[in-house]
Write a new protein. Structure first.
Ligand SMILES: *[C@@H]1O[C@H](CO)[C@@H](O)[C@H](O)[C@H]1NC(C)=O
Ligand SMILES: *[C@@H]1O[C@H](CO)[C@@H](O)[C@H](O)[C@H]1NC(C)=O
Ligand SMILES: *[C@@H]1O[C@H](CO)[C@@H](O)[C@H](O)[C@H]1NC(C)=O
Ligand SMILES: *[C@@H]1O[C@H](CO)[C@@H](O)[C@H](O)[C@H]1NC(C)=O
Ligand SMILES: *[C@@H]1O[C@H](CO)[C@@H](O)[C@H](O)[C@H]1NC(C)=O
Ligand SMILES: *[C@@H]1O[C@H](CO)[C@@H](O)[C@H](O)[C@H]1NC(C)=O
Ligand SMILES: [Zn+2]
Length: 457
């Protein structure tokens, strides 16, 4: 299963290598800069939003969050600090299949981001409503992540479609990060109100078309030379480039931006390729991991370089400031790690769940069956643990004591995001079913089956 997925991923990487750059799209793009203003709108442009902006680096991981993969991801972050002394942060575009929810919760509790990367990650198309909503349902219940904090999407295989992008906007996600942006056209993040200018040849000829995705941010993926994800390639690719070649290409690509328009740069990895050999007949990823580690250390040694989450970049774009003023922004403050709750920092409080497909652990009890696309968030076998309510951020929620550990305004949180509803017709504004029966006690089981059409908070 895993092997199949990797092979498909390679396919897509290869498919996207010959990107047609966005010059033409930008030339024919029309966006009214007097009307399209932050925080809700931003025209696509090569120009930085302010003079002397910071240089953002996005380190992202895709797919499953399992023990070995998690350790690989953490090894790239260990002790890395931003200019304000706070830990460097990263984004995990996470799927449901094979993921251990307590690790996802631990990731989130350390201040990193979890974004939506479907339930199954399988072809023919894993960017459907059921896939994206099912991921929200599972992570909010079993990983205790406030649903409003799952605000980004990366389409599996980066296989987005026009309809898929429009659906993501309708689902009230804040941003998509599936489209590539070349060295020659290093586009800053923009909203899709006036259409798409990035990755014009991908999947569908999306550039120049009307896109009904007002207010949805696109956080383009910076393409390093001809390479986008896992620049050193999976070792099963017949002619992988060497680690030194990859590091040179990536450093050059970073420098183009850092010494140029400072559009965000990114290092996009499938951590499964940097750990033990998959399949065992090929070299393991130790050497590649060391190369990425030293690359990141070099990038971060430059002044004004910040390693941040996708959400932090979007917060920045809504109210951009100069590099000198970045450390004052609320979204750049160091994450405060609550203690004494089952947020993954005390993993022994998680319940171990033996399921036919393997063992997972969760602080919220065990699912009665392995999650599937039809039933992504199965009911719990035991309801004694309390689910995260709308009035408390998941990182502050104590599911055993059933209380919010945040007691002052600095950590107050109210989840205003769209309620989870596995019935796609709930996206239709004329369907009043969306908002009914939505507020439920957190101390009760709130998962219901898909057929009931009610919430899965
Ligand atoms: C990409 O999506 C299209 C549908 O838009 C589908 O036909 C194709 O199989 C998908 N490819 C992958 C690798 O998922
Ligand atoms: C990876 O391969 C190297 C060189 O073959 C070896 O020394 C190392 O022990 C291996 N590491 C793992 C985690 O398998
Ligand atoms: C879990 O096991 C069931 C029953 O064998 C199988 O149908 C399903 O595809 C498995 N799911 C995953 C994600 O492996
Ligand atoms: C969309 O998300 C924003 C930010 O979380 C929230 O304020 C708004 O109420 C949401 N809208 C819907 C329809 O859920
Ligand atoms: C929704 O709420 C109404 C009134 O509060 C109640 O009569 C109805 O049974 C609820 N439906 C579901 C599916 O919970
Ligand atoms: C609203 O929900 C009920 C019960 O879940 C369902 O029978 C009905 O078709 C839904 N209405 C719409 C407009 O989707
Ligand atoms: Zn993926």
């Amino acid at each position: 299963m895993m092997g199949f997925k990797l092979v498909s991923n390679i396919f897509l990487v290869v498919l996207f290598v010959s990107a047609i750059y966005a010059q033409n799209a930008l030339a024919s793009y029309k966006c009214d800069t007097s009307k399209c203003l932050p925080p809700s709108c931003r025209c696509a442009t090569l120009s930085p939003p302010v003079a002397s902006p910071p240089q953002f680096v996005l380190l992202t991981f895709d797919d499953t969050i399992a023990e070995d993969v998690y350790a690989t991801a953490l090894s790239l972050l260990k002790d890395r600090k931003n200019p304000n002394g706070c830990p460097a942060l990263a984004t995990f575009y996470a799927q449901v299949f094979y993921t251990n929810p307590s690790l996802a919760q631990q990731w989130r509790a350390a201040g990193h981001e979890i974004a939506d990367h479907s339930v199954t990650h399988t072809s023919p198309f894993a960017g459907s409503f059921a896939e994206l909503e099912g991921m929200r349902a599972y992570y909010t219940t079993y990983a205790g992540i406030s649903r409003g904090q799952i605000s980004g999407v990366r389409f599996p295989f980066r296989n987005y479609t026009l309809a898929g992008i429009e659906r993501v906007a309708k689902m009230n996600f804040t941003y998509d990060s599936s489209m590539a942006s070349s060295d020659a056209e290093a586009i800053w993040p923009y909203t899709l109100d006036y259409g798409v200018v990035t990755d014009c040849n991908a999947i569908e000829n999306i550039c120049g078309q009307t896109v009904n995705a007002k207010g949805l941010w696109e956080l383009p993926m910076a393409q390093s030379g001809e390479h986008l994800m896992d620049s050193m390639n999976d070792p099963t690719v017949t002619a992988p480039i060497s680690t030194s070649e990859a590091v040179t290409i990536m450093t050059n690509s970073f420098n183009l931006r850092y010494k140029g328009n400072r559009a965000p740069y990114g290092v996009y990895l499938h951590p499964v390729w940097y750990g033990k050999a998959q399949p065992p007949t090929i070299p393991n990823g130790t050497g590649k991991l060391a190369a990425i580690n030293s690359l990141l250390t070099n990038l971060m040694s430059n002044p004004d370089v910040w390693m941040v989450t996708g959400q932090q970049v979007i917060e920045y774009m809504k109210n951009p400031v100069s590099a000198a003023d970045l450390q004052k922004q609320s979204y750049m403050q160091c994450p405060t790690l609550p203690t004494g709750i089952c947020n993954g920092l005390t993993p022994s409080l998680a319940v171990s769940c033996s399921l036919p497909n393997g063992t997972i652990s969760s602080c919220f009890g065990c699912p009665s069956s392995y999650p599937s696309l039809d039933n992504p968030s199965p009911s719990r076998t035991d309801n004694t643990r309390c689910l995260v309510p709308d009035t408390c951020s998941g990182v502050y929620w104590d599911p055993i004591g059933c209380k919010c550990l945040c007691t002052d305004a600095s950590c107050a949180y109210k989840d205003n995001s769209r309620k989870i509803n596995l019935d796609e017709s709930s996206l239709n504004p004329t369907n009043t079913n969306t908002s009914t029966n939505s507020t439920k006690s957190t101390s009760q089981e709130t998962s219901t089956s898909r057929s009931s059409g009610s919430d899965l908070a």
